[in-house]
Design a protein around this ligand. Structure first.
Ligand code: GLV
Length: 334
């Protein structure tokens, strides 16, 4: 179940990788450490994770692994936790910092893939692509129809980007390519970017009221949990579409089900859900006005290779006592 790494040159360290990741990340790890890999498709249980982390100096973890103070206390030899994701809400960072454990993530390398995917979801929902595919597959296509499967115009519409960080900014650039009016809500304003790309910062309430497409790109924190609930959905236009490529709990799922059912908004396209995975019999899965994909925004061959490479570089740098290319608590720990 746990495969020991092959071709181990130096076994100065032992590291765990909590799932099969691209060779681009495993290769450098194997060159410097003994590597234990969790090879199952499903994440390790708490007990299985404990067994995997036994004797490890570092770990490449996934967003499905909960790493909190109690896990770290059970593995005091663990010095670096290198998350194979830009988001790190699965890790209790203050608990790690208190214990001198370095936490790393994989920003930048997945920005374009995630923005592209957001765009794919937005276009698919606006132009009803999944419904159209099903229509043809079901043998319903009998003629060209003036009223057939009418969607919403994307070009020239207004997009509201909630969270204008790295990914939100790339979404803004794509939106400008579609001649959209771009609104953004973010407590940290980048005036230069806004000027250069014709983005207007507005309060969240205004964004929700004016946008034809609302897209979420915030990290999951106590402040952003259920940022979009019943009140916010009520403020949105009845013709609007909500896209989420951030974290599922940013939206109150039951409020979204109600809003899609009662027509408060027109549609939703979700890369992430709460809970995750979403059971196949969940109402959101069968609603024709909701697209759900399995958290695949960064899932391109190229991006996953880059994430693996960066996660390995972060881990090895941390073990060497160097500042990793992307660490979230380097200032606290190093
Ligand atoms: C994926 O959701 C990530 O945070 O990288």
């Amino acid at each position: 179940m746990i495969r020991q790494g092959e071709n181990v040159v130096a076994t100065r360290w032992t590291v765990a990788v909590t799932r099969e990741i691209p060779e681009a990340g495993l290769r450098p790890l194997r060159e410097s450490a003994a590597v234990k890999i969790w090879e199952q498709e499903l994440p390790p249980s708490e007990g299985e994770l404990d067994a995997l982390l036994q004797g490890c100096d570092g770990a490449v973890t996934l967003l499905t692994d909960r790493i909190d103070g109690s896990v770290l206390d059970r593995h005091p030899q663990l010095r670096v936790v290198s998350n194979f994701a830009v988001g790190y809400d699965n890790i209790d960072v203050p608990a790690a910092s208190e214990r001198g454990v370095l936490v790393c993530n994989t920003p930048d390398v997945l920005t374009n893939a995630t923005a592209d995917h957001t765009w794919a979801l937005l276009l698919a929902a606006a132009r009803r692509i999944p419904e159209s595919i099903a229509y043809v597959r079901d043998g319903k296509w009998r003629t060209w129809g003036p009223m057939l499967l009418l969607g919403q115009e994307v070009s020239g519409a207004t997009i509201g980007i909630v969270g204008l960080g790295r990914i939100g900014k790339e979404v803004a650039k794509r939106a400008r390519g579609f001649n959209m009016r771009v609104l953004a809500f973010d407590p940290f304003e980048d005036a230069e970017f806004a000027r250069e790309h014709d983005v207007s910062y507005v309060p969240l309430e205004q964004l929700l009221a004016e946008a034809d497409f609302v897209t979420l790109h915030v990290a999951l924190t106590a402040e952003t949990q259920h940022l979009i609930g019943a009140n916010q959905l009520q403020r949105m236009k009845a013709t609007s579409i909500l896209v989420n490529a951030s974290r599922g709990p940013v939206i109150d799922t039951s409020a979204l089900v109600d809003a899609l059912r009662d027509g408060s908004i027109l549609g939703a396209a979700l890369d992430v859900t709460d809970p995750e995975p979403l059971p196949a019999d969940h109402p959101l899965v069968s609603m024709p006005n909701c697209i759900v994909v399995p958290h695949t925004a960064s899932a391109t061959v190229q991006t996953r290779n880059s994430m693996a490479e960066l996660a390995a570089r972060n881990l090895l740098a941390g073990l060497r006592g160097e500042r990793p290319p992307a660490a979230v608590n380097a200032d606290e720990v190093l």
